[in-house]
Design a binder for this molecule. Structure first.
Ligand SMILES: [Zn+2]
Length: 157
């Protein structure tokens, strides 16, 4: 039942109440009982409509609470991500660094792909690449230099 139906039921109750007043004035007990039944029917319709609206209100309040929680998490995530700056390696690849950390010989980098997913993963150095623990593609941080033996073999031709 919607608001229009509730308004119609309220109008019906109001009209029935006026009729009851005129019947009471005339002291017609049969008509009074008919009106009493009609009034109870209208009140039942109103109660049913009120229950349906209350259920919708509860569902809406629950959904609102969930959305507020999600907004709060996203705001925290945005505030946290503002502390990270994108770093570009000489190879043109990227990773994030925590701007709050002091520069050291062993800088800590975070996976940009994980950050895009709202997660944080510390990249692990392994040779010339940084590896994501969530298995995103390796990040090449420096260009490999050929080994002297490769240079020698190459120059034999
Ligand atoms: Zn990753």
């Amino acid at each position: 039942m919607d608001i229009a139906s509730i308004s119609a039921a309220i109008s019906a109750v109001s009209g029935t109440t006026k009729l009851i007043g005129s019947v009471i004035d005339g002291r017609d007990s049969v008509k009074l009982n008919e009106l009493k039944i009609a009034m109870n029917d209208h009140l039942l319709q109103l109660s049913t409509a009120a229950l349906a609206i209350n259920e919708k209100l509860i569902a809406t309040q629950k959904e609102n609470g969930e959305l507020q929680e999600e907004i709060s998490k996203l705001r925290e995530q945005i505030a946290d991500q503002s502390h990270y700056q994108l770093h570009t390696f000489p190879t043109g690849t990227h990773a994030f660094k925590d701007s709050r950390m002091e520069p050291t010989d062993r800088d800590v980098y975070f996976c940009a792909a994980c950050m895009a997913e709202g997660k944080k993963a510390i990249l692990q150095p392994q040779g010339l690449v940084l590896k994501c623990p969530k298995l995103h593609p390796d990040i090449l941080i420096s260009i490999p230099t050929p080994l002297p033996a490769q240079i020698i073999r190459k120059n034999r031709f």
